[in-house]
Write a protein that binds this ligand. Structure first.
Ligand SMILES: *[C@@H]1O[C@H](CO)[C@@H](O)[C@H](O)[C@H]1NC(C)=O
Ligand SMILES: *[C@@H]1O[C@H](CO)[C@@H](O)[C@H](O)[C@H]1NC(C)=O
Ligand SMILES: *[C@@H]1O[C@H](CO)[C@@H](O)[C@H](O)[C@H]1NC(C)=O
Ligand SMILES: *[C@@H]1O[C@H](CO)[C@@H](O)[C@H](O)[C@H]1NC(C)=O
Ligand SMILES: *[C@@H]1O[C@H](CO)[C@@H](O)[C@H](O)[C@H]1NC(C)=O
Length: 394
């Protein structure tokens, strides 16, 4: 029934050939974008098809609108809104109340001075961050949501089901900034960002989260600096250094030991480079989160037990894009050093293929191999996840 609905939506939208509305008059600029990603996934472990995957199919529809109006020859003002709809396939009811404003912010843009954005939005450091998600095909390779299909922890934690977030000290998800130690972006957080124009190939961005206790920190700052260069028409590169910083939310170290919810200083940074050479893109990126995030598992008397000491990851990939196909190979490896329990490791490799079908649709295949190591419980696990899907863009 729900699938019928999705297919119906699909054909409805595709009868309208000019569905992506772009109004680009002298004064007004409007862009409307819609996406659905119908995904089917299956995971299996070392020996055979393992646990029943939690979700076999998913869809993540979203709709976004960008509006800009020229208020001065070199200045534009406007807004951007993105609505995320609940998963049409897995949700039982289709209720308008389940729609979520994923992003909504105001924009002021000046050609010479740069732009200011204010509202519900990610940090500019995360937008500028270079990693393989900038080049990846299909379901996003190692950055995608493949872990929702696999039991990463292995036999002893079988009942925990799929996903990264099964133990607050264990997995390092790509983009640890928003997901290490239970640190998650509160939706509704207002961020103010400044993005400079390009000056001698450099671009600078700064975000500030003004209110207290957002992302469990107050006065959080995100910043990024990028540099674009080119050797010839076909060979160019962009490099970026990005980071997020905030002070710890405790003043008394001793008092904090009895309160397991204290946050260490947030200090996460990433360096990335993307080299484009004809139809090929190469990306290399390194990130480090130090001991940022919540001080977990602190047992009185044993101050250091379970404390995260360091978190780091590397991410690399190569992608080929042409009019007929997109291919990418991506790699991610991370480690989280925990006092007295060694380093928990996660690595993954993905081969992703995507082919256009017609008018903004494409179909894809993603194959991911993962490997995990958890020295504390002397456990290693590995397995495969296969994803196949259909992307609709209107
Ligand atoms: C909307 O969803 C598609 C795929 O489901 C994704 O690629 C795209 O980035 C999303 N758009 C925004 C603005 O988040
Ligand atoms: C792997 O497959 C075997 C055989 O079906 C099963 O007994 C085991 O529980 C699976 N292990 C994991 C980690 O899923
Ligand atoms: C790359 O960065 C984006 C945010 O810019 C994040 O969503 C994604 O998970 C990251 N991927 C990896 C492999 O680090
Ligand atoms: C620090 O932040 C965490 C997460 O929001 C909170 O649970 C904890 O109580 C805070 N600690 C202090 C000392 O304010
Ligand atoms: C896990 O891997 C490590 C090295 O990678 C190895 O020394 C250890 O024996 C493995 N443990 C198991 C249970 O396979």
């Amino acid at each position: 029934m729900r699938l019928t609905l999705v297919l119906f939506l699909f054909f409805l939208l595709h009868n309208n050939a000019s569905a992506k509305v772009i109004l680009d008059k002298k004064i007004f600029y409007t862009e409307l974008n819609g996406n659905i990603d119908l995904k089917f996934g299956y995971a299996f472990n070392q020996s055979t098809f393992g646990d029943k995957p939690k979700e076999k199919m998913s869809s993540c529809p979203n709709l976004s609108l960008r509006y800009l109006q020229r208020v001065h020859p070199s200045t534009q003002m406007g807004f951007f809104v993105k609505v995320d709809s609940p998963d049409v396939i897995n949700s039982r009811t289709l209720d308008i109340k389940e729609l979520d404003i994923g992003q909504g912010y105001f924009i002021i843009k000046n050609k010479g001075l740069g732009s200011i954005e204010y509202g519900r939005k990610g940090l500019v450091s995360q937008d500028m961050l270079i990693n393989t998600s900038k080049i990846c095909a299909a379901a996003g390779g190692v950055s995608g949501d493949w872990a929702n299909y696999a039991n990463l922890r292995g036999e002893h934690k079988k009942s925990d089901g799929a996903g990264y977030d099964k133990d607050i000290v264990f997995w390092v998800k790509p983009n640890i900034y928003s997901d290490y130690n239970g640190l998650k972006c509160k939706s509704g957080t207002s961020v103010i960002s400044y993005i400079s124009p390009e000056i001698y190939n450099f671009q600078f961005g700064l975000s500030y989260v003004p209110r207290e206790n957002n992302l469990h920190y107050s006065n959080l700052i995100g910043a990024g600096l990028s540099y674009k260069g080119s050797l010839s028409e076909d060979i160019s590169f962009i490099a970026a250094a990005t980071g997020e910083f905030a002070k710890q939310n405790y003043t008394d170290e001793k008092e904090c030991l009895s309160n397991p919810n204290c946050n260490n200083q947030l200090k996460h940074w990433n360096l990335g480079i993307n080299v484009k050479c004809f139809n090929l893109n190469y990306v290399f990126s390194y990130g480090n989160g130090g001991n940022s995030g919540r001080r977990v598992n602190i047992v009185q008397g044993k101050e250091k037990k379970g404390e995260v000491k360091n978190t780091h990851y590397i991410n690399a990939g190569i992608a080929y894009h042409s009019d007929f196909s997109k291919l990418s190979f991506t790699y991610f490896a991370s480690g989280r050093e925990i006092a007295d329990s060694g380093t928990n490791e996660l690595s993954s490799y993905a081969v992703s293929l995507e082919y256009p079908l017609f008018m903004g649709t494409s179909y894809y295949f993603d194959a991911i191999k993962f490997y995990t190591k958890e020295p504390k419980v002397h456990n290693n696990n590995s397995g495969y996840v296969f994803l196949a899907g259909l992307k609709l863009n209107f």
